[in-house]
Design a protein around this ligand. Structure first.
Ligand code: SF4
Length: 67
């Protein structure tokens, strides 16, 4: 929704915003700290994403995504 909370929360400058203010993670800089996920408001009351089952940005362990 362009709130930018995740972008502002990243302490490692590992996130950029695309032309629509959507977050894009820079793989080489991200260390998986999870700060971006922890500030995401998409599951809170009043969120525009009512009915969502996961935050808009979710950090997964490498083992989980690489198999
Ligand atoms: S997990 Fe941490 S380092 Fe990676 S994009 Fe999110 S806040 Fe930045």
């Amino acid at each position: 929704i362009g709130c930018r909370f995740c972008y502002d929360a990243c302490p490692y400058e590992a996130m950029e915003l695309d032309e629509n203010n959507r977050p894009v993670v820079i793989e080489d800089k991200c260390n998986g700290c999870g700060a971006c996920e922890s500030v995401c408001v998409s599951l809170q009351n009043g969120s525009i994403s009512e009915g969502a089952t996961a935050r808009a940005i979710v950090v997964h362990p490498l083992e989980e995504v690489e198999g």
